[in-house]
Design a protein around this ligand. Structure first.
Ligand code: DX5
Ligand code: ZN
Length: 218
């Protein structure tokens, strides 16, 4: 399997959301990445259910929602109803993470654990078998267009090594500052899914950028 590309819709033009969704539908992208921020867990507010539902209505690829919110359990069922397929919650935001992952799975979605840049991957040892994927934040969450934190590469390698022993099914998603330079290094380190916002949407041809990222991950 080649690398999966998940465009972060946070960087899309919300004034023409329908055509941005159509562009992703017609591109080589694999998932839609939806960043949900509450202004508490992260110092920014993004968008909520009306926008998620609008995207779900015309999306023809899986929806991957990344919850950067406190106490995410409150909204799990509503994300399932909105049509989300992959749902990640932050390790730092969940007191009862095992229960939260179970809840996500019983709601019919694939559960993911997101880790902030300062959170070491070895804390995942006992919970990793319960996760379908881990999202490694390679910037501090809250904003698109930030600079990639280089130490994330080492975290991915380490996580790959742990996962290969105790949870080989577990996919590794990388989110933040992904670009044409670091994409091949991320793939080589063990990333399975690359999220990209600025690299895709800030240039003249998002579809070409998606194609290029996809080929760099081969
Ligand atoms: C940041 C979000 C990311 C972000 C990625 O908090 O989780 O998904 O939108 O955007 P870029 O690729 O521009 O860093
Ligand atoms: Zn994200």
């Amino acid at each position: 399997m080649g690398i999966l590309i998940a465009p972060s819709m946070l960087s899309a033009d919300f004034g023409k959301l329908a055509s941005e969704v159509e562009m992703v539908n017609n591109s080589e992208a694999d998932w839609f990445h939806l960043d949900i921020m509450d202004g508490l867990f992260v110092p920014n507010i993004s968008y909520g259910f009306p926008v998620v539902k609008a995207i779900a209505k015309s999306a023809r690829k899986p929806l991957d929602a990344h919850l950067m919110i406190q106490d995410p359990d409150r909204y799990i069922d509503e994300f399932a109803k909105a049509g989300v397929n992959y749902l990640s919650v932050h390790w730092e935001a969940c007191t009862h993470l095992h229960r939260t992952l179970e809840h996500i799975r019983s709601a019919g979605m694939k559960p993911g654990i997101a880790l902030n840049p300062h959170t070491p991957v070895n804390i995942l040892y006992d919970i990793l078998p319960e996760a379908h994927f881990v999202l490694i934040m390679s910037v501090n969450p809250g904003f698109g267009g930030q600079k990639f934190i280089e130490s994330s590469l080492g975290k991915i390698r380490k996580l790959k090594e742990i996962a290969s022993k105790i949870a080989p099914h577990c996919l590794i998603e990388v989110d933040g500052g992904v670009n044409m330079q670091n994409a091949p290094l991320l793939a080589e380190a063990g990333a399975d899914i690359l999220v990209a916002g600025n690299t895709i949407f800030s240039g003249p041809s998002p579809a070409d950028a998606i194609r290029e990222l996809k080929s760099l991950g081969k």
